[in-house]
Design a protein around this ligand. Structure first.
Ligand SMILES: [Zn+2]
Length: 313
């Protein structure tokens, strides 16, 4: 597998604005620059920590993500979105390519395209999100991220890149179905892609689904319990991967581990925030939800432990 870009960096200057917009545009510009610098610096530290990771699969997965981020988006290449959703600058397009040989010997090429934007959009309290099916689009929200550290900013980028990698693998599997290739299945059985196979977590998914059914009775999340449970397993993977990377950075710098704990409440709150579901924070604090979180704790902890083992400790 290799990655390439299909178009050059798009670096048109921002349009000058008048009056109030000029001031907010100046501030937006400052935040764009700051977040780009934070992620760039954080990625350097993250890369230095790669040899500290205990398993080859982890190292390769992190190398894949950091190289994509550094080659195509940071410090240059990322797109910019202004407060009212307008794209000020298009993102460079990174294309992950996988050459595959079909059963009949014919050669095919799978492609997954990725774009990444720094976004000033208002109305979100989240730090980042990923959108995608047959392509991926990542947004990193500057109004939250400009307040964080290089490590914090890079963590958010890696979290969203984890969702991107899952989307890419799902897209690849779907595509494989259309060409009936065996080479692709072999590729998925190798590291680091094998890590993305969460079929071994069916039991955990089942346990979470029971809690998800309870949660959906008290929280207005527009999902079915099974879908929510599956999505929470991926969420736990993304969370745990970033924790493992953060621990490696802490070992390298002999500093503290910064990642927050993995309580069910935190987990659901972050998830609700990331997916921008309209759930009032009061509802998360209400007794009904708190009781469910309590009931979930041992299953969520068991899932976290299992994912750490799956990732190689
Ligand atoms: Zn997430």
């Amino acid at each position: 597998m290799y990655i390439r870009t299909t178009d050059g960096p798009a670096q048109e200057p921002l349009q000058p604005r008048l009056g109030d917009t000029a001031i907010s545009s100046r501030e937006a510009n400052r935040r764009f620059k700051r977040v780009a610098a934070l992620v760039t610096e954080g990625l350097k530290t993250t890369k230095d920590a790669i040899p500290q990771l205990s398993a080859n699969g982890q190292q390769e997965l992190l190398r894949f993500m950091t190289s994509l981020l550094e080659t195509y988006f940071f410090p240059r290449g990322h797109g910019l979105i202004e407060a009212q959703d307008e794209v000020l600058r298009q993102s460079q397009k990174a294309t992950v390519e996988i050459p595959v040989e079909a059963k009949d010997g014919s050669c095919w090429r799978f492609e997954h395209r990725v774009r990444l934007y720094l976004s000033e959009q208002i109305g979100f309290r989240k730090r980042g999100d990923h959108y995608g099916g047959n392509f991926s689009s990542i947004r990193l929200f500057t109004r939250e991220l400009h307040k964080t550290t290089p490590r914090g900013a890079a963590s958010t980028a890696l979290h969203e890149m984890t969702h991107m990698t899952f989307a890419m693998i799902r897209h690849f599997e779907q595509w494989l179905g259309t060409i009936g290739a065996e080479g692709g299945a072999r590729l998925l059985s190798r590291q680091p892609w094998r890590l993305l196979d969460l079929s071994g977590f069916a039991g955990h998914r089942g346990n979470l689904e029971r809690h998800a059914r309870d949660l959906l009775r008290v929280l207005p999340i527009p999902m079915q319990a099974a879908e929510l449970a599956a999505s929470l397993v991926e969420e736990a993977f993304a969370f745990m991967f970033v924790v493992i990377v953060d621990e490696a950075i802490a070992r390298l710098s002999r500093g503290p581990v910064l990642s927050s704990g993995f309580s069910p409440e935190q987990f659901i709150r972050d998830y609700v925030l990331e997916r921008a579901f309209n759930v009032h924070p009061k509802l998360l604090k209400a007794r009904g939800a708190q009781q469910i979180f309590q009931g979930m704790t041992s299953d969520v902890n068991a899932l976290a432990t299992a994912i750490r083992t799956h990732l190689g400790g």
